[in-house]
Design a protein around this ligand. Structure first.
Ligand code: GLN
Length: 547
């Protein structure tokens, strides 16, 4: 706890997609390793209130926090790296800022004033920076990442607010880190500093002087390059940090640790002296880089290979891989192409995962994938829509309810196995109206779920409108479906399993959102473990045959 919160701002230059979120999360991890309490906030310059209504093609995964906010996927990285829960306050969009200012104007809060970008919009942004550390918890360090790149029209008010904020704080309380690209030109054998010079020039035009440059580069930065960046960008040579491309994002904190970023920040922000304990990270990264085996999981979705759409699931695979000493390879299976090709597309995998999703496209293929996993006894994890598909499949093919469906895909279905939640029926507006955030769930003892968690009372995060229809429960139960997780207050099915199958689990919630470095989500850990065992069984069978 500290009265004197320090603020670090991350801006980006040259191009987007340089890994600003990972860099901010990594700096957070460095400071946490020094015993400081840290939180990270993301500013998104778009006009949407949140990314909840955007397509995953546009925006990637929508990350849901405990308090039910739909946020940018970078918040997932923050939680995973610094093991701290994010809230609504950790993600601010232009839409939210304007919404709040306009609401205040209509309420008469600014009576007499002309409402303007400066000071009304910028004041709102400055308050949000302070707010993130002002409520239940006070943090030693607040890191704020500004989305987009310097020079974008949309990010101007955020950068202006940061300029004012820094001016109002004592010098040693704020720090600006600019993430930039230093491209290497093969033909001339040179690293080019001009793009960085230009983006720092843009920053200085608006009154922001970076204190540190984080330079993404594919090659080692020569001393000459560092000196040139230092001279033209007005930062000391020690503050020019090389950010080499690495294989795993979990190497980034380690790389920063080795190059003394933590100590540099400590000095600049006048933080108490402390050492950075990084031995656990080192061991973690070693395990990622040196797995003892490899397993393949089929990801059966419609956003084929769009890694950003399934970010948290892919990271949970990395975590579960560390626990099980394997590398988890993903085989992307486009479910629109699955019919008739099940054996070819799923025959060699060690586990099948059906991820969350919305809309009808690709759903029949997902149902086929669930059937294949059930019949071939391949470990299966169905998440949200994935769970719903597995229940539809079971109803159709085991319970003989031929036209079983979800009313999401067929609003007139005679057998709505998956149906609108009662609370959703009257809702017409789309933004932020799903069942969102953390809800409690009680597990049935002796089930795969109870074994995985090692307890019976859990809480998990949700993002959906439809649910399992309890009218069909006893029918499905009789044929071997186990309802292993229930929200008792509202009598909602949260987890299903199958009898006579080594590992078949469907969850209405999103376990991937709570998997972190050093604490893998238990269902992912057990799913990967079951897949590893399945692979071993396959191997043993093969070697017996060949004898
Ligand atoms: N479309 C489904 C629903 O709204 C599943 C949502 C999801 O997978 N997140 O219930």
């Amino acid at each position: 706890m500290s009265d004197n919160t320090k603020y670090i701002f991350f801006t980006g230059g040259v191009i987007s997609g340089l890994g600003k979120g990972i860099a901010a999360a990594s700096v957070g991890a460095l400071l946490k390793a020094r015993g400081l309490s840290v939180t990270i906030q993301k500013f998104d310059p778009y006009i949407n209130i949140d990314p909840g209504t955007m397509s995953p093609f546009q925006h990637g995964e929508v990350y849901v926090t405990e308090d039910g906010s739909e946020t940018d996927l970078d918040l997932g990285h923050y939680e995973r790296f610094i093991n701290t829960e994010m809230t609504k306050r950790n993600n601010l969009t232009t839409g939210q800022v304007y919404y709040s200012v306009i609401t205040k104007e209509r309420n008469g809060d600014y009576l007499g004033a002309t409402v303007q970008v400066i000071p009304h919009i910028t004041n709102e942004i400055k308050e949000a920076i302070k707010d993130v550390s002002a409520n239940s918890e006070k943090f030693d360090v607040v890191i704020t990442e500004v989305g987009g790149t310097v020079g974008d029209i949309e990010s101007q008010p955020f950068l202006e607010a940061i300029r004012q904020f820094c001016l109002e704080q004592p010098k040693e309380n704020t720090l600006i880190i600019h993430l930039t690209l230093v491209p290497y030109i093969e033909s001339s054998g040179e690293a080019k500093t001009k793009p960085t010079q230009h983006s720092v020039m843009r920053m200085r035009e608006i009154g922001l002087q970076p204190d540190m440059l984080l330079c993404r580069t594919s090659k080692r930065l020569e001393k000459e390059t560092i000196d040139k960046l230092s001279l033209f960008c007005n930062v000391t040579p020690e503050s020019v940090i090389e950010g080499r491309d690495v294989k795993s994002i979990y190497e980034v904190p380690l790389m920063f640790h080795k190059s003394g970023v933590g100590e540099l920040i400590r000095n600049k922000l006048d933080l108490p002296e402390s050492s950075e304990n990084f031995s656990d990270w080192k061991e973690y990264v070693r395990k990622i880089k040196h797995p003892e085996g490899k397993i393949t999981i089929a990801m059966c979705g419609k956003y084929n290979k769009l890694v950003d759409s399934y970010k948290s699931i892919l990271e949970a695979f990395v975590h579960a891989g560390v626990d099980n000493s394997v590398k988890v390879d993903v085989k992307w299976v486009n479910t629109e192409e699955l019919a008739g090709n099940q054996k070819e597309m799923l025959g060699n995998v060690d586990g099948i995962l059906i991820p969350p999703g919305f809309g009808k496209r690709g759903v029949e293929g997902k149902i086929l994938a669930a059937k294949y996993a059930r019949i071939k006894k391949i470990p299966f994890l169905g998440i949200c829509l994935g769970m719903q598909c597995s229940v539809i499949e079971f109803s159709r093919n085991v319970c003989g309810i031929k036209n079983a469906n979800s009313s999401e895909f067929d609003p007139d279905t005679k057998a709505p196995i998956i149906d609108f939640m009662e609370s959703q029926r009257k809702i017409k507006k789309k933004g932020g109206t799903m069942r969102l955030g953390a809800y409690p769930c009680t597990l049935k003892s002796g089930t795969l779920a109870a074994k995985a968690y090692g307890k019976t009372d859990i809480s998990e995060r949700h993002r959906h409108r439809y649910e399992f229809n309890n009218k069909y429960k006893s029918k499905l139960q009789k044929r071997g479906m186990i309802f292993s997780g229930i929200n008792e207050r509202d009598d909602l099915t949260e987890i299903i399993e199958l009898k006579n199958h080594p590992w078949f689990v469907g969850t209405q919630f999103h376990p991937e959102l709570k998997s972190r470095v050093f604490s893998t989500h238990p269902l992912f850990k057990d799913f990967i473990n079951a897949s590893k065992k399945y692979q071993e069984r396959k191997r043993n069978k093969k070697s017996k045959k060949s004898k």
